[in-house]
Design a protein around this ligand. Structure first.
Ligand code: PAN
Ligand code: ZN
Length: 185
């Protein structure tokens, strides 16, 4: 059981108060997921920076509960590929999710079988991800991308499926270095 509770969400910065548990993902967590694995290995030889972090409200992982998270995805590229979240399918195929963009400019890739979708995400974009769609977020801007996620606490995350099957699409910087292009991959 859990009592009703209230926290503050700074809608400009995405900061929750009090600050909840932090999960950190580093460059090394993108092994097996990036377009250019050799380049990734060379960059890792120089260091293993944080790529994104997720702040998670403390909610029991029980059916009927909802997880509430804020993701902070840094700006940057591995070669021409913009930084992205690992991406996953929910293990519970009945589990949908809502994303709300708070800051920065991103792209949400969705995949179900061979069906793929590309949704631009910025402040105020509210995206409904129906059950069964794999999802990955890409930061295509020069500032940190911040978004809120709400999803069933019993959703579970299958990362292996994205690792083995990919998302079908990738998001690269254009040759001029500004903007982005979507490529099949
Ligand atoms: C989000 C993601 C978060 C980090 O809360 O978990 O943005 O992405 P990865 O989980 O792919 O590393 C969500 O979709 N939860 O279900
Ligand atoms: Zn999810």
């Amino acid at each position: 059981m859990i009592d009703p509770f209230v926290v503050r969400l700074d809608l400009e910065e995405g900061i929750l108060t009090p600050l909840p548990e932090r999960v950190v993902r580093r460059l090394s967590d993108l092994r097996g997921l990036v377009y250019d694995e050799e380049l990734l290995a060379r960059e890792l030889a120089r260091g293993d920076p944080i790529i994104y972090e997720v702040r998670k409200l403390a909610i029991p992982q029980k059916q009927g509960q909802l997880f509430v998270n804020v993701t902070f995805l840094k700006a940057g590229k591995i070669g021409k590929e913009y930084y992205f979240t690992k991406g996953h399918f929910h293990i519970n195929e009945k589990a949908a999710e809502v994303y709300l963009g708070l800051r920065g400019q991103g792209v949400l890739l969705l995949r179900r079988g061979t069906d793929t979708r590309v949704i631009e995400m910025d402040r105020g974009t509210l995206i409904y991800i129906p059950p069964g769609w794999g999802h990955r977020t890409i930061n295509v801007s020069q500032e940190t991308l911040v978004f809120l996620s709400v999803y069933p606490a019993d959703a579970g995350h299958n990362y292996e499926r994205v690792r083995s099957e990919g998302m079908g699409l990738r998001v690269f910087a254009t040759a001029k270095g500004k903007g982005y292009e979507i490529v099949n991959s």
